[in-house]
Design a protein around this ligand. Structure first.
Ligand SMILES: [Zn+2]
Length: 177
């Protein structure tokens, strides 16, 4: 982890090294328009999060006339990845791009640590508890940490179903990997 702020307060902004590098690639890219276009591609299982928010969109490069969009899958066998690749194709074609390819980068492997702070906040607003240490899992409605696991699998394989013991509401928890 890279500490971007030297404030001594307990609320220190942390960014994983991978995310820091990714942000730099985007900021220094000659293809900012393509990065911006692809902000429209959302995770089909978690619509408030784009592939940028998730850390799936890794790089956009060009060789000769071909633009390469590099993505890292969230986890192997995630059914959303196929949809994401199709959505990237659709968005780029609609914007008039025809000479591009999608490359998959498997290493370093994706982890939920790549989710940005704003992505975590949006997840919570959507009613899904963002990835946490196991003993810090909280209810997205009332913030209580008095929760119980109902099922290892929630609405999708990457989520678990919990119930809050305080307000009784069931909720999805985005599993930490
Ligand atoms: Zn609650």
């Amino acid at each position: 982890m890279v500490n971007l702020m030297s404030t001594p307060s307990s609320k220190i902004s942390l960014l994983s090294v991978e995310n820091y590098d990714r942000l730099k690639r985007r900021q220094e890219s000659n293809h900012k328009a393509v990065w911006n276009l692809l902000d429209a591609v959302k995770d089909p299982e978690i619509p408030p999060l784009s592939i940028w928010d998730l850390g799936v969109l890794q790089d956009i490069t060009q060789q000769q006339a071909v633009i390469t969009v590099t993505i890292t899958p969230t986890y192997s066998g995630c059914p959303a990845m196929q949809v994401i690749a199709e959505d990237i194709t659709t968005v780029l074609q609609r914007a008039g791009y025809s000479n591009f390819r999608i490359a998959t980068r498997l290493s370093p492997a994706w982890t939920t640590d790549w989710l940005s702070e704003s992505a975590r906040n949006r997840l919570r607003q959507y009613g899904v508890t963002p990835p946490q240490e196991e003993d810090a899992i909280f209810c997205p409605q009332c913030s209580s940490t008095e929760v119980r696991l109902i099922s290892e699998f929630g609405s999708t394989a990457c989520k678990a179903l919990y119930q809050c013991k305080t307000c009784q509401e069931p909720f999805d928890y985005f599993k930490r990997i």
